[in-house]
Design a protein around this ligand. Structure first.
Ligand code: NAD
Length: 432
């Protein structure tokens, strides 16, 4: 995470503001501003050179009133318990706002996965499951991929869990590979989901997609399909994408006159979201500093790389033409950015609404695993569009009814649903 921003403090600050507006009982607010359970553990891994190295692992289960905890596992060198707490908290709100019957969880390991061999990655995945298997499962906590983890890794994790419990249990992890219990459409789901919400925001604001230009941060799973969807579904232009170059250890922005071609860039990006710089330059792409993405002339800004990127500092460089900010990443905009958006009438699609397509399709994957009956890609994406559109509309309605900012409205919808579930389960009556 960038600078001094602590993602969990940010998640709590956002929650506290809305809890106050909702006049939430202070005891109930205290239940929700902290995770219910946290796991911190060490994972010994035998490296290919024969040495034994120990890695730090985490899992946080924020709230499971509405159903099993759900959320990704990150393999990242800068992973911290507070980042995992924040992401688990946002997962609770995300599942609630998307109205899927799941709670909020998140996990991680402090490691740079690009430094590991395939064998070491598999060992790391299996080690994480050996530490956590008694506390995860299709009915209590269902992890998925996130930054630094892939469908193949989920396949190994599902296999390790199945071995430990003694039966094939595909529904314990989602984001698995196709043919290994995965769902069609999961790869595209988060990025396309971002675009479904941008499409609805454009309808709401009377903006023509065909004359729209997006500036995108990131070129990983979310941003790749957000970029493709922006061009292919909305008919718009993508001015630039940016990515972290894992070889040069710095970020670059890639742009091209007339707009980038996402499908071409998809052919020259590696599994960690690093674009091959020389191939891009050969194809006529302009390569600038990582920060340049936010300065591009555009009316839609899609931060889809990581948290804490649109800050008081970077916002001063933002194009004045921006009308919509679609938060593809988790927590990309700081509270100072929120203030700027409010003041300048910029329509924000908050992260846990905007990027809910991934978890919604993960939920579909679990449903298919449970039924042992698999849907076509069209069916998955059609159902996803329905869910995202309905979630967007319930947040816009609340925002208009209460005259509140979109993020606050999304929190209101989500918090109401979680509190209602806790009430219905008797968690708040004193008898449980
Ligand atoms: P990813 O690892 O596939 O891609 C991340 C991308 O961001 C890569 O292109 C990387 O190079 C780039 N990046 C990293 N640091 C950068 C920097 N400083 N400047 C510019 N680019 C940088 O990850 P992802 O799955 O696309 O996830 C991106 C964000 O979306 C994360 O916040 C994640 O939590 C969130 N998210 C992901 C999903 C999902 O289904 N993948 C779902 C919901 C939310």
């Amino acid at each position: 995470m960038s600078g001094q921003i602590n993602a969990f403090e940010m998640a709590q600050k956002q929650f506290d503001g809305v809890a106050k507006q909702l006049k939430l009982d202070p005891g109930v607010a205290e239940v929700l501003r902290w995770p219910m359970r946290e796991f911190s553990f060490r994972i010994p891994v035998r490296l290919d050179d024969g040495s034994l190295k120990v890695f730090q692992g985490f899992r946080v289960q924020h709230n499971d009133a509405r159903g099993p905890n759900k959320g990704g596992i990150r393999f990242a060198a800068n992973e911290t318990m507070d980042t995992v707490r924040a992401l688990a908290t946002w997962m609770t709100w995300k599942c609630a706002v998307a109205d899927i019957p799941l709670g909020g969880g998140k996990g991680g390991i402090i490691v740079d996965p690009s430094t590991l061999t395939v064998n070491e990655k598999e060992e790391m995945c299996r080690g994480w499951v050996r530490a956590m298997w008694k506390n995860i499962g299709p009915r209590n906590d269902v992890p998925a991929p996130d930054i630094g983890t892939t469908p193949q890794m989920m396949g190994w994790m599902m296999d390790e869990y199945s071995r430990l419990v003694g039966q094939y249990t595909p529904g314990v992890f989602t984001g698995k590979p196709l043919g290994g219990g995965g769902s069609l459409g999961r790869t595209e789901a988060t990025g396309y989901g971002v675009i479904y919400t941008v499409r609805e925001a454009m309808k709401h604001l009377n903006i023509d997609g065909k004359n729209s230009v997006a500036a995108i941060q990131g070129f990983g799973n979310v941003s790749q399909y957000a970029a493709a969807g922006f061009v292919e579904m909305l008919g718009g232009t993508v001015a630039c994408v940016s990515c972290w170059d894992r070889h040069d250890k710095k970020a670059y922005t890639y742009s091209k006159k007339g707009g980038i071609d996402p499908r071409f860039l998809l052919t020259i990006v590696d599994e960690y979201g690093t674009i091959d710089k020389s191939k891009a330059q050969d194809a006529g792409y302009i390569v600038e500093d990582g920060d340049a993405w936010i300065t591009k002339e555009a009316n839609v800004l899609i931060p889809a790389a990581m948290e804490g990127q649109v800050t008081a500092d970077t916002i001063s460089k933002m194009s004045k033409g921006i009308k919509i900010v679609a938060e593809g990443a988790n927590g990309p905009c700081t509270p100072e950015a929120d203030e700027y958006f409010k003041k300048n009438n910029i329509f924000d699609i908050p992260d846990f609404l905007c990027n809910a397509g991934g978890v919604t399709t993960s939920y579909f994957e679990q449903v298919q695993n449970d039924m042992n009956f698999y849907w076509s890609k069209e069916e998955v994406l059609g159902r996803l569009d329905e869910k995202m559109t309905s979630a967007f509309n319930s947040v816009v309605d609340r925002s208009e009814k209460e005259k509140v900012y979109m993020r606050d409205a999304a929190y209101m919808v989500a918090i109401d649903r979680v509190v209602q579930a806790m009430h219905l389960r008797g968690w708040l009556t004193g008898n449980s």
